[in-house]
Design a protein around this ligand. Structure first.
Ligand SMILES: Nc1ncnc2c1ncn2[C@@H]1O[C@H](COP(=O)(O)OP(=O)(O)OP(=O)(O)O)[C@@H](O)[C@H]1O
Length: 471
């Protein structure tokens, strides 16, 4: 079990003391969290009515589902699942019931290999393909840790999960919300693009599990006085490879300076093992020698030759730039008419192989996940395939079947009328000076965005250094 300092296990105070302690919630915390006096915490002694009812309900549910689960035990998915069961994990009933509600029975490999060392309190550095179940792998032990320590809002933040993008932070927050369903611990996120003051108000109330993007976390560390993180017990860095790519390195250094190091567990997860992740590990865990003494490595795909998942079909299609939009439009329209989702279409190539892996990793996720990804390439971009092959990613040529061509034709002609040679005449009846100016400009240049055969990405002159393929 995770080492708990003696003060974490101090006996539960009387209800009088409890009241006094809550009244003193505004006083600064000592370096260790106070024991939490919330009777809904995961211990079985002294449970209140609400907990009793919940337990009764969940026991009933458990009984109902035991037979169901038993039937399912023998038939774990043939994909990423192992034969290890969540019901065999030494976790609280509260987490176990939430997992059952999520309909998960078997652990994926990354979960089976990283949850045990994380539950023991080790620092862990793990990598596994996208869509292999990393989120639960780090969230379950982190939530269990706070549950065991009986964290409550007045203890402030006990777990920080850092994500490279807002979208990922929200996804992670949603999974944490499901896992915390029966727990008393609080959850929240701080991400860029949202009102700083509103977030600060939430932080002041005490967020135990905080999902954050690095820049915004640092903002609050520097500016939000009511943000309490002195008792931080676990720092999780998800998608470490992408965090460094987004130029968060300086912010990460600052964050490490602010965070308490003593008694803190550090966890680093990534989808790919790259030099950047190695650099990050140096920053996070110290030199290689230091790390070898204390760190647990979990490399699920180390023995695997394939960088992408089994259920993913990957194709590429060479299309001259002036037809790319037409093909995209036709492709999407057709997919929509057939009610097909989830296709990953890469309209332009990624800058690096690992970006490719991350993009296609948005489909064929989870156990036995199936999906398709198609990559549009200009003839001169074909050399990207050499880089992909070097990383053991095989992408086969996608040829539009002859019988598909007549089906695509109506869409192609609609798309052709959009922004290519003969735009349709549409009177928007907007007579503002801005629209007049726009009309004038359109007449002069033909294409406002400047995209054309000689400029497929709409580059605005030689100095335009926005992200374009560099192959
Ligand atoms: N034990 C499990 N059994 C069945 N499905 C699972 C299990 N664990 C996770 N999943 C499902 O697998 C999918 C991918 O999980 P998750 O998002 O955690 O992957 P990931 O490795 O973090 O991916 P990425 O690197 O792209 O963020 C999700 O849809 C999730 O619901």
């Amino acid at each position: 079990m995770h080492p708990i300092k003696p003060c974490d296990r101090s006996p539960r105070p009387s209800s009088k003391k409890r009241k006094r302690r809550s009244a003193a919630a505004a006083t600064p915390l000592e370096s260790e969290p106070e024991p939490v006096h919330d009777t809904t915490a995961c211990n079985s002694e002294g449970e209140d009515n609400a907990t009793g009812k919940r337990r009764e309900h969940s026991n009933k549910k458990m009984e109902e589902e035991t037979s169901k689960k038993k039937q399912g035990e023998g038939k774990k998915g043939s994909g990423i699942l192992t034969d290890k069961l969540f019901s065999d994990l030494p976790i609280s009933d509260l987490t176990a019931n939430a997992i059952r509600d999520m309909n998960y029975t078997h652990l994926t490999e990354i979960q089976a290999r990283s949850i045990p060392p994380l539950m023991l309190g080790s620092d862990v550095m793990a990598s596994a393909k996208t869509g292999s179940g990393k989120t639960l792998a780090f969230l379950i032990p982190a939530i269990e840790l706070l549950c065991r320590l009986r964290f409550s809002p007045r203890n402030g933040t006990g777990v920080v999960v850092l994500c490279p993008t807002r979208e990922l932070a929200i996804q992670t927050h949603n999974v944490a919300k499901e896992l915390l369903k029966y727990h008393s611990q609080t959850l929240g996120y701080v991400i860029g693009g949202i009102d700083l003051r509103g977030e600060a108000e939430q932080l002041a109330k005490g967020i135990n599990v905080l999902v954050a993007t690095p820049g915004r976390l640092l903002d609050h560390m520097q500016m939000t006085k009511s943000f309490k993180y002195e008792c931080l017990k676990c720092l999780i860095i998800d998608e470490a490879d992408r965090i460094l790519e987004q130029n968060f390195e300086e912010q990460m250094k600052q964050i490490f300076k602010h965070l308490p190091r003593q008694g803190r567990q550090t966890v680093l997860f990534s989808a790919t093992q790259t030099e950047k992740v190695e650099d990050f590990a140096k920053l996070t865990f110290g030199s290689k020698e230091e790390r070898q003494r204390t760190l647990v490595y979990v490399g699920v795909d180390d023995h695997e030759s394939k960088a992408t998942v089994e259920g993913l079909k990957q194709g590429y299609c060479v299309i001259p730039s002036e037809r790319r939009f037409l093909v995209l439009y036709a492709f999407l329209k057709k997919a929509l008419s057939e009610k097909k989702k989830d296709y990953i279409v890469q309209y332009d190539p990624p800058d690096e192989t690992k970006d490719y892996i991350h993009r296609v990793g948005r489909t064929a996720r989870g156990d036995n996940g199936k999906g398709s990804a198609i990559l549009f390439l200009l003839p001169k971009e074909l050399q990207l395939l050499i880089h992909l092959k070097a990383a053991n990613i095989s992408v086969s040529e996608y040829v539009f079947r002859q019988e598909l061509v007549p089906k695509l034709q109506p869409y192609l002609s609609v798309a052709a009328s959009f922004c290519f040679s003969e735009p349709p005449k549409v009177n928007l009846d907007l007579d503002s000076s801005a629209s007049k100016h726009r009309k004038k400009r359109n007449v002069n240049t033909g294409r406002r965005h400047g995209i054309g055969p000689s400029n497929p990405y709409g580059r605005k002159g030689g100095d335009d250094r926005r992200q374009f393929a560099r192959f």
